[in-house]
Write a protein that binds this ligand. Structure first.
Ligand code: TEU
Length: 589
């Protein structure tokens, strides 16, 4: 069955670019690297307290090296009360004792360096913890200098200064005890927003960043950084919910000038170290991409969240939009086209805030190893730097819970409440959590099929996903056809001497955009000579795509043997793609 509605075939769109030099991006040391996000609390526990730790990470550096990983992003390991799992920092200069000691962190840095691997820390400076000494001192003296490190704002008519709803529900304002003032917290009330208008605060942050960079960090993943600029008049907005509040994002979207802070931070810190920075940016304004990731951009790169934003509901998880393959493919294509000639985006399938990609982006009939490998193929060869999230490389899936009490995440509990308040049944509200919860990504890493999946000898802080006996590293290391073995092959191909250039810098050109089941694109070398076609059949039926250009080689396939596929395709002049089959082909330029 021809899965291409018209007789379109492989064409190489001659990329019209009237500004050639725009295509000549400056090459950077991290461009050809593969990154991996570790969520330390759930990665590997070495001392039996049920919480992952640095010693556990050190013990798995060779596992990550064998996978082909170069850059490791550690979600926060600083001292924290863990209200938001470490994204509420109470001391920027201390390692949380739950994770280990500063000496163990220095050992991790040294061991990574030995393996030519790079460590990124998570920089969380839109807010700190309410247990941070700055905030404690501010509460002691709401008129003093430390109150200026935050947004302590006079209430209006005995009420909050504005009608902002925080990301985690409820007002984004909390009363300052003993005053008529409120402090702003866009996230939890235990995460007071820092006041970036205050040069003294900025200097404190820069000093801390340079202290970590001087220790040998390769850079930072930068948390919620678009939020640091506030409209100090704190205008209220049209309520967008039954609580009479409006999402605090509205203020973030309207306010101008956040770029000035980014440039100030870059000039005083990572810009001086040629450090790698990957920013978590939502709500970027139209046409600002070159300022963010261009050759002289605010950051080295930003995450591509286009696929994740596509399904987000307008009020919450309970009104998330259904997943539609062609919409998903098209937003990724649009994001890829937008980046061409500007800079690299950081491509993800999942992270610690998102559900597992194997459950979110694959139709029911593809929720198996073949489908997971197809998703991996589609993702790995996109233009930009790939960030793999812990457990993605073995195809970990969402974790079904029978009661909200089995969830830990502050956001999940809020979303469950919102769903009930919106009239959902308990079952529907729980289903929303199954489909969207951040805890899906935070269940302990599944190392083997033994007790607690080899994650801990104690009681895991968050219950395991019950599928760990089926999906785990040890079982997959023994199988050549496992997801893990396939990820290793994908990364090896991406980094191979023959294809590294085209798979790092080759122009992205979408293909078969009119198909309702094919996800296909080219990577084409600017200097000619190499054209790679990545094609995947997300449909249920087998289909064929015609080869109008000579097939040189089948580089990888998630189904069958590459040389058999190649022989048949050269004979027939077509590539047959089974349902859920993905291939990467070298074709004649
Ligand atoms: O997330 C910031 C953020 O904007 C997300 O919370 C996003 O808005 C939300 O997941 C809805 O899509 C960062 C961290 O990644 C997250 O884990 C923290 O909870 C948050 O900041 C506060 O530090």
């Amino acid at each position: 069955q021809m899965c291409i509605r018209d007789s379109s075939y492989i064409i190489t769109v001659s990329y019209k670019n009237d500004n050639k030099e725009q295509m000549e991006m400056k090459r950077k040391w991290w461009h050809d690297k593969v990154a991996y996000q570790i969520y330390p609390k759930s990665f590997l526990d070495s001392d039996g307290d049920g919480i992952g730790d640095l010693r556990g990470i050190i013990s798995k550096l060779d596992y990550l090296k064998d996978l082909g990983i170069d850059i490791i992003w550690l979600s926060p390991i600083y001292q924290s009360p863990f209200v938001d799992q470490g994204y509420d920092i109470s001391d920027y200069y201390k390692i949380a004792e739950e994770f280990g000691t500063m000496e163990e962190f220095d050992e991790l840095l040294a061991e990574a360096k030995k393996r030519e691997m790079f460590i990124l820390m998570d920089l969380v400076v839109n807010h700190c913890s309410d247990k941070h000494e700055w905030f404690q001192k501010a509460l002691e003296d709401p008129e003093g200098e430390y109150a200026q490190y935050f947004h302590f704002v006079q209430g209006k008519d005995g009420k909050e200064p504005s009608n902002y709803r925080s990301y985690f529900g409820g007002s984004a304002w909390e009363k300052v005890p003993g005053t008529e003032k409120y402090y702003l917290h866009m996230f939890a009330k235990e995460q007071p927003d820092l006041n970036w208008e205050n040069p003294k605060l900025r200097d404190e942050i820069y000093k801390m960043m340079n202290w970590w960079l001087d220790k040998g960090l390769a850079g930072f993943r930068i948390d919620a950084i678009i939020n640091i600029k506030k409209d100090l008049s704190f205008p209220s907005f049209e309520p967008d919910g039954t609580d009479g509040l409006a999402s605090c994002v509205k203020m973030v979207e309207e306010v101008q000038g956040v770029g000035e802070y980014f440039e100030d931070m870059k000039a005083h810190t990572y810009g001086k170290y040629d450090a790698f920075t990957v920013a978590e940016v939502f709500n970027m304004k139209q046409d600002e991409l070159p300022e963010f990731i261009g050759d002289n951009g605010h950051f080295s790169t930003i995450f591509d969240f286009s696929a994740h934003e596509l399904v987000q509901g307008s009020h919450g998880w309970y009104d998330s939009r259904p997943f539609v393959f062609t919409d998903w493919r098209d937003v990724i294509f649009a994001s890829q086209k937008e980046a061409q000639g500007i800079g690299f985006k950081a491509n993800i399938i999942e992270n610690h805030d998102e559900p597992r990609g194997a459950s979110r982006f694959l139709p029911e009939y593809a929720q198996n190893e073949t489908g997971v490998k197809m998703l991996a193929t589609t993702f790995m060869f996109l233009y930009g730097i790939p960030f793999i999230y812990q457990g993605q490389e073995i195809g970990m899936t969402n974790c079904r819970r029978s009661d909200i009490s089995q969830y830990d995440d502050i956001s999940t509990k809020d979303q469950y409440r919102e769903a009930l308040q919106a009239g959902c049944t308990r079952e529907k509200a729980l289903e929303c959590c199954y489909e969207n919860s951040r805890d899906n990504a935070r269940t302990p890493m599944q190392w083997n099929g033994g007790k607690n999946a080899g994650f801990t000898s104690g009681t895991p802080w968050l219950a395991l996903n019950s599928d760990y006996r089926k999906i785990n590293v040890e079982e997959q290391e023994k199988r050549d056809d496992s997801v893990l073995s396939y990820y290793r092959k994908l990364i090896a191909l991406k980094k191979s001497s023959e294809f590294k250039e085209v798979l790092t810098y080759g122009r992205f050109v979408p293909e078969y955009e009119d198909s309702d089941s094919i996800f296909a694109y080219h990577r084409i070398r600017e200097d000619g000579g190499q054209n790679i076609l990545v094609a995947a059949n997300y449909g249920k039926e087998t289909c064929e795509i015609p080869l109008k250009r000579e097939l040189i080689k089948v580089l990888i396939s998630n189904i069958g043997e590459e040389d058999v596929i190649e022989r048949e395709a050269k004979k027939s002049g077509k590539i047959k793609l089974n349902s859920c089959q993905a291939v990467a082909l070298e074709i004649k330029e």
